[in-house]
Design a protein around this ligand. Structure first.
Ligand SMILES: [Zn+2]
Ligand SMILES: [Zn+2]
Length: 431
């Protein structure tokens, strides 16, 4: 599977390795599964074991291949990486290098000809047909941060053998548990591979076609709860394409994103760190921009029924004010956080006795210098405490303004996007 970087492949040639592998195992499954069902009874152990492998494979793709390697949204302990790499390899979706490479290009050039699984080319293309065509060789620059890592190079270089080995190990383990070698192959290997593949592939096909777009309509990605259930959290694809650097896909606590919960839990027991999350005010600002865009389109559609210019002005003004206040709130809270961290760090230092150490200096000159400096520091602290106080007040004011404007904004969005056109036409734009 190792590829020399450089010459691009001809775009129309067939990737025989992928075609024979994918076509071959689908065919084998379609022949063997009905025979197995007709002749044998699948034991509960076999069903449970297969479900466990399916879960671990999808979690490894979501948490490992996707969020850890392709997007680097957190860091984790080598043991967790090894675990994710094992089950990622078992998922037979190519090496971490090739998967991350194609996926990063997908994000960078989404929906264009350069996007490997470009959704506008149709369901079947983005779902699986793209893999049957030969892809250009890996460009190391796209994955420069992964390229030098020996363990990942090893996985890439020996991917074919590792893929077979992990699948044989999983088969043997399932056979040992169930005592059913045929079932462990047909259900635990072929059917499990089929389910893991198609669930993952749905993210490239259905998650760009079927669902809602609350964060951005600038790409085809959509949010879809059902797809999240099938992929352990990847269904909030509209959010993901808008904020790919976030370790979460479902940002609300109630959204089904088990990968997010596992990563968060690992961070709490010291096995993951540097979890990246987008600030909630930045997300709100993005939502306002998306709403604004939709409302402008809708107002334009109703051109013959309503006072377009007045409505546009009203939406524009509300969006501008809300955005400005959200920006102000973000700046103030960031600064507040920084000053408070600084203060906490100093208090910790004082507690640790560093200041006590300084106090023990006997030298007169040092004493004078210290006094002078202490005076300056005291003054700086006073100034800082005043700023913290002022910021606190400013944040409260801005929060109040934002929450009031957000309420007004929501009713405006509701009125423009969801009310029947006749009702909108009856409401005058300017208040
Ligand atoms: Zn996508
Ligand atoms: Zn992604």
């Amino acid at each position: 599977m190792s590829q020399a970087p450089g010459a691009p492949a001809r775009s129309w040639s067939i990737d025989w390795t992928n075609t024979l592998f994918l076509g071959g195992y689908h065919l084998l499954l379609f022949i063997l599964l009905p025979i197995y069902i007709a002749r044998y009874d699948a034991s509960a152990d076999l069903i449970l074991g297969t479900a466990a492998l399916w879960t671990l494979c999808l979690l490894a793709i979501t948490m490992g291949y996707h969020r850890l390697y392709a997007h680097k949204t957190y860091r984790t302990h080598p043991a967790i990486e090894a675990f994710l790499t094992f089950f990622g390899t078992l998922s037979t979706q190519g090496s971490i290098f090739s998967w991350s490479h194609d996926h990063r290009i997908h994000h960078r050039h989404v929906d264009t000809d350069l996007d490997p699984y470009s959704a506008p080319k149709g369901f079947w293309h983005s779902h699986m047909l793209w893999m049957l065509k030969k892809r250009p060789d890996i460009n190391p620059r796209v994955i420069h941060d992964l390229w030098e890592r020996p363990s990942l190079q090893f996985q890439h270089r020996h991917f074919g053998s590792l893929m077979v080995a992990t699948n044989v190990i999983a088969w043997a383990a399932l056979w040992a548990i169930t005592g059913d070698p045929v079932g462990s192959f047909v259900i635990g290997t072929l059917l499990r591979m089929f389910l893991v593949h198609h669930c993952t592939w749905f993210i490239n096909s259905l998650a760009h076609m079927w669902g809602s777009q609350p964060f951005s309509t600038e790409h085809t990605a959509v949010n879809n709860f059902i797809l999240s259930v099938l992929t352990f959290g990847e269904g909030y694809h509209n959010y993901h394409h808008t904020f790919a650097g976030d370790y979460r896909n479902g940002i609300r606590w109630w959204q089904f994103d088990p990968a997010k919960i596992v990563i968060w839990t690992l961070s709490k027991i010291g096995l993951a760190h540097d979890l990246k999350r987008v600030n909630h005010l930045t997300i709100k600002r993005r939502l306002v921009a998306a709403d604004r865009h939709l409302m402008m389109e809708r107002i334009e559609e109703l051109r013959h029924r309503i006072d377009v210019e007045a409505w546009k002005r009203q939406v524009e003004e509300a969006a501008a004010s809300l955005t400005e206040n959200l920006n102000g709130l973000k700046t103030a809270t960031d600064r507040f956080q920084r000053l408070r961290d600084e203060k906490m760090a100093e208090m910790r230092e004082a507690r640790d006795g560093k200041l006590a150490e300084m106090r023990s200096l006997r030298d007169q000159k040092m004493q004078e210098m210290r006094e002078a400096r202490d005076g300056t520091i005291r003054h700086m602290r006073e100034v800082r405490d005043e700023e913290i106080e002022a910021l606190n007040q400013r944040i409260e004011e801005l929060k109040q303004a934002v929450s009031e404007e957000m309420e007004a904004w929501k009713s405006m969005v509701h009125l423009v996007l969801e009310s029947p056109e006749s009702r909108l036409a009856m409401v005058p734009a300017a208040r």
